[in-house]
Design a protein around this ligand. Structure first.
Ligand code: 5AD
Ligand code: SF4
Length: 444
């Protein structure tokens, strides 16, 4: 008698932000419970999941293109299950559009009911019928869903879901619902377990971490959470994203400054340095307010690195408004900036605004801004040469034949080593700078 072991495989396509990367780990956790193994090969997969993003049009188009490309495979392999979830499906009318445009898709689900994916997949397998379940509303917390983590020694931990801010360009509050915070004890326990099992860097995730606890039944805020996580024994780094310039408090800044485990590195999205544009964006701060927060940070945490998000081409942005942003970028000298061209999202306030900017002007502005930030990055990298920094080794780069990791300020550093150092803290002397990356040698 032979025991024939049939293996089933899944593949997950992830688009968009860190939040989605972690949600894909939760989808993988559910697939693992059903005994699926991961594959990177579409042809070998029995289940292919698209975890989509709709924050900008290009992210959406990317996913749509990839879903469409699977049609021939599905035709050849009738048993293949294709599932589409994530932010894109939550938009008004999008689930219907996906159902009609891609009739070969088997399961369509949203962000609010992501934790139900396992049940939807089982239903599809049992009945052979298409499952389309997108529910309007807030994220349903289900602490029984355990992520299958794929990014050792880094671990992502949600502290909250949703967003209450309604920045006028942003689709997130419409597709992810209102803010809900996880219970402090549950978060503390998750971090404790992660540290115990060897994770060395914990990143707390929320659309606006500074409003953690604000709409909850408990009287406990983000600064309290940072302070309590830092009391957990063991050597690990604590990161968090994103902070909001209107909400970050002195109490949070003090918690960062006082605790050794918190990385002195803050992501504080500016978006624009024109107060007129910030008003139209409904960001609820002026450029002066933003600058005051930067000064508060730099005073309380002298070496603090500040990274940011900047957007160009928002409706009614004049050359003068753009120059405000350009000059502020040159003045503040961010330690990193994600730069975006404004993308018109159906359903948001800005979608219907007069004064939309033409593509050529947007392109010209983004190119000038990127060039400036590249020069700032290069200058900052050069200043690293000769320094010795503590690096958490995260991976091995096959192409370069080098290990890589980041320092406290999230600077990527490559170095060589005879043995694997993944998951270890090592002192690295920086010998060379190249763009955003640095190269160094292990040593004191
Ligand atoms: N167009 C361009 N960029 C956007 N972002 C959010 N919505 C849009 C949009 N409609 C950017 C913001 C935000 C980051 C996560 O994505 O800069 O901080
Ligand atoms: Fe979008 Fe603004 Fe919420 Fe960030 S804070 S997710 S930009 S609405």
């Amino acid at each position: 008698m032979y025991n024939i072991l049939i293996m089933y495989y899944y593949k997950i396509y992830t688009y968009g932000c860190q939040m989605n990367v972690h949600e894909s780990e939760k989808l993988a956790g559910m697939l693992k419970q059903l005994n699926y193994e991961e594959t990177l090969d579409d042809n070998k997969a029995d289940v292919i999941v698209f975890n989509t993003c709709c924050i900008r049009e290009n992210a959406e188009q990317h996913a749509i293109g990839n879903i469409g490309a699977l049609k021939p495979l599905k035709k050849k392999k009738k048993d293949l299950i294709i599932a589409v979830g994530g932010c894109m499906t939550q938009q008004n009318g999008k689930a219907e559009y996906l159902k009609n445009t891609f009739p070969f898709v088997d399961v369509i689900f949203g962000t609010s009911n992501l934790n139900m994916f396992k049940e939807y997949l089982q239903k599809r397998l049992k009945t052979g019928k298409k499952v389309v379940e997108v529910i309007d509303g807030n994220y349903t917390i289900d602490e029984t869903v355990k992520p299958y983590r794929t990014s050792y020694p880094n671990a992502w931990v949600n502290i909250m879901y949703g967003c209450n801010n309604f920045c006028s360009y942003c689709i997130v509050p419409y597709v992810r619902g209102r803010e809900i915070s996880r219970e402090p004890a549950v978060i503390l326990n998750e971090v404790k377990e992660l540290v115990k099992s060897g994770y060395k860097e914990i990143t707390l995730l929320g659309q606006n971490v500074d409003s953690y606890g604000k709409t909850a039944h408990f009287d406990y805020d983000f600064a309290d959470l940072l302070t309590d996580i830092c009391k957990i024994d063991g050597k690990f780094r604590l990161r968090f994203m994103s902070n909001h310039p209107k909400d970050i408090t002195k109490k949070v800044v003090d918690a960062i400054s006082k605790n050794d485990k918190t990385c002195k590195c803050i992501h504080l999205p500016l978006q624009s340095a024109s107060t007129k544009i910030l008003g139209l964006m409904n960001r609820k701060y002026t450029f002066e307010d933003y600058y005051d927060k930067v000064k508060m940070l730099k005073t309380a945490v002298p070496n603090c690195a500040i990274t940011t998000d900047i957007m160009v081409g928002f409706p009614n942005e004049t050359e003068e408004d753009f120059l405000d942003t350009y000059n502020a970028t040159n003045d503040i000298k961010f330690d990193g900036a994600f730069t975006f061209v404004y993308s018109r999202r159906n359903g948001t306030k800005a979608f219907d605004m007069d004064g939309q900017i033409d593509d050529a002007t947007k392109k010209d502005r983004i190119m000038r801004l990127v060039e400036l930030q590249n020069a700032i990055n290069a200058q900052k990298s050069t200043e690293y040469v000769g320094k010795t920094v503590e690096v958490l080794c995260e991976d091995y780069d096959e192409k370069r034949g080098l290990y890589l990791g980041r320092d406290e300020f999230s600077k990527m550093i490559y170095f060589s080593s005879e043995k694997s150092l993944i998951g270890e803290f090592v002192m690295v002397k920086i010998t060379k700078a190249g763009g955003m990356s640095l190269y160094g040698e292990i040593g004191e």
